[in-house]
Ligand binder design. Structure first.
Ligand code: ZN
Length: 133
């Protein structure tokens, strides 16, 4: 259902927002904590520069606020409404979720942020890969 060419594909998998051909991150595992936000400078496939302007990704902090709330609401509904826990436990579940998913939330926010400014480009995606010097 989710495939290359959809914004959701780039957001969920952290791939280049223009060609969807490769990861924007140096380490694709978000739980390699020292490398959570280490990104490639440019896409080696289509040469898109990810950091459009200096400090571009500071803006993703606004997005991470919204993403954090979405995770919190999900954690609350699962623990309080579905599992029938007490309010105290539901509150602890929210904190645990926010801490446990922090690397994922940080990356999702960056992916959403950059996808607000860039869109999939079929021509760039199909261009044969430029060999690295
Ligand atoms: Zn690319």
């Amino acid at each position: 259902m989710i495939r290359k060419g959809m914004k959701l594909y780039s957001i969920l998998f952290g791939v280049c927002p223009k060609c969807h051909q490769e990861s924007m991150y140096q380490n694709t595992n978000p739980y390699a904590l020292s490398e959570v936000i280490k990104m490639q400078e440019t896409c080696s496939h289509c040469k898109t520069k990810y950091e459009i302007e200096p400090s571009f990704f500071y803006g993703s902090m606004y997005v991470s606020y919204a993403v954090g709330i979405a995770f919190s609401v999900a954690a609350f509904i699962i623990s309080y409404n579905i599992l029938g826990s007490s309010l105290t436990i539901a509150f602890i579940a929210i904190i645990a979720t926010l801490i446990g998913f922090m690397p994922v939330i940080m990356r999702l926010s960056r992916n959403i942020w950059i996808n607000l400014f860039m869109s999939y480009d079929k021509e760039l995606a199909e261009k044969p890969e430029v060999k690295k010097g």
